[in-house]
Design a protein around this ligand. Structure first.
Ligand SMILES: Cc1cc2nc3c(=O)[nH]c(=O)nc-3n(C[C@H](O)[C@H](O)[C@H](O)COP(=O)(O)OP(=O)(O)OC[C@H]3O[C@@H](n4cnc5c(N)ncnc54)[C@H](O)[C@@H]3O)c2cc1C
Length: 256
C-alpha cells in the first residue's frame, strides 16, 4: 500500500490482505509506504484508517473451518488525514515492531488447557466397543506431556505478565512464547482429533450455533475439537510465522 502526501491528508492506494474481522471494524491500522528511499524498513508510516472512508472495499476470505474471519481490503484513492498517523512519517516500522510484541503475547496455556481438559474427559468416556482411551498408556502419555508443556508455557506467560505489571513491554519473550504456544496448541488439537476418533468426521457447523435444537452426532465434548484443529492451523503463521519468531529470538535474545 502506498500513501502520497496531499496537503493535510495522505491519498492511499493498494490492498491489504488477511485483515481479520475487517467486516466488523470501524477503524483499522495499516503500514503504508511513504518513501522508497533508504532501507526497506524505512519509508513506512503507520496510519489509522476510518473504514467508512470512500474508496474502501472489503472482500471476504473463508477460512479452512468454513468461517468468515479474514478479508482482503482494497484502497482506491482513500483520503486519510495526516493527524491519523501514529509516530513520525517513515518511522512506522518502529511503531509496528512495538505493537507486535503485544500482539504476539497471549495466554495460550489457557486455551491449550481447555482443549486438554475436553480430551481427558472424552478419554474417560466408554466407547461403543466398551473400551476407554484413558486405559491406553500411549495416549495418556501424550496427554501428560502436553499438560507439562502447558505448565511450562504458563510459567513463561507469568514471567511476561510480571514484566508488564512493572511497566515493561514483553520484548522478545513474546516471540518465544508465541512460537512455542502455537506449536503446543496444534499438538493439543491433534490429540483432540485423535480422541474424537470417528466422530471427527461429521461436518456439523450447526452444532456450534447457540440455541441449536439439533442434537450433535457423537459426544457433545467432541464437536469443537475438529473446528479448533482446522482453525488453529494458522497459529504458526498469523502474527508472524514461527520461523520469523525464531529469527527474532536468535538475534534479540541469543545475539547470533
Ligand atoms: C488466519 C490469519 C489471520 C491473519 N490476520 C491478520 C490481520 O488481522 N492483520 C494482518 O495484518 N495480518 C494478518 N495475517 C497475516 C499474517 O500476519 C501473515 O500471514 C504472516 O505474518 C506471514 O506473512 P506472509 O503471509 O507474508 O508469509 P511469508 O512471510 O511470505 O512467509 C512464507 C513462508 O516463508 C517463511 N519465511 C519468510 N521469511 C523468512 C525468513 N526471513 N527466514 C525463514 N523463513 C522465512 C515463513 O516462515 C513462511 O513459512 C493473518 C494471517 C492468517 C493466516
Amino acid at each position: 500500500m502506498a500513501a502520497v502526501s496531499d496537503g493535510d491528508d495522505y491519498i492511499v492506494n493498494g490492498t491489504k490482505i488477511w485483515t481479520s474481522y475487517a467486516q466488523h471494524a470501524d477503524m483499522m491500522f495499516a503500514l503504508v509506504r511513504t518513501s522508497t528511499e533508504g532501507k526497506r524498513q524505512e519509508g513506512i508510516s503507520f496510519l489509522l484508517i476510518d473504514m467508512t472512508a470512500p474508496g474502501i472495499t472489503v472482500k471476504p476470505i473463508i477460512n479452512l473451518e468454513g468461517v468468515h474471519e479474514l478479508n482482503q481490503v482494497f484502497f482506491d484513492d482513500v483520503r486519510v488525514p495526516k493527524k491519523n498517523r501514529v509516530g513520525e512519517e517513515n518511522d512506522g516500522w518502529s511503531v509496528a515492531k512495538y505493537l507486535l510484541e503485544f500482539e504476539r503475547f497471549s495466554m495460550s496455556s489457557v486455551e491449550i488447557r481447555r482443549v486438554l481438559g475436553r480430551v481427558e474427559e472424552l478419554a474417560r468416556q466408554t466407547r461403543n466397543d466398551g473400551a476407554t482411551l484413558a486405559r491406553e498408556p500411549a495416549f495418556m502419555q501424550k496427554l501428560a506431556k502436553l499438560n507439562v508443556d502447558a505448565t511450562a508455557l504458563e510459567i513463561s506467560e507469568q514471567r511476561v505478565l510480571s514484566n508488564l505489571s512493572a511497566g515493561n513491554p514483553p520484548g522478545a519473550a513474546s516471540s518465544i512464547q508465541k512460537a512455542r504456544g502455537s506449536e503446543v496448541q496444534q499438538q493439543a488439537d491433534i490429540l483432540g482429533v485423535e480422541a474424537a476418533a470417528y466422530y471427527a468426521n461429521p461436518l456439523q457447523p450447526e452444532a456450534l450455533e447457540l440455541g441449536t435444537n439439533r442434537p450433535p452426532v457423537g459426544p457433545e465434548l467432541a464437536i469443537t475439537l475438529v473446528p479448533m484443529y482446522l482453525s488453529n492451523r494458522m497459529r504458526t503463521i498469523a502474527g508472524g510465522s514461527s520461523e520469523i519468531q525464531r529469527n527474532i529470538v536468535a538475534k534479540a535474545v541469543l545475539g547470533l
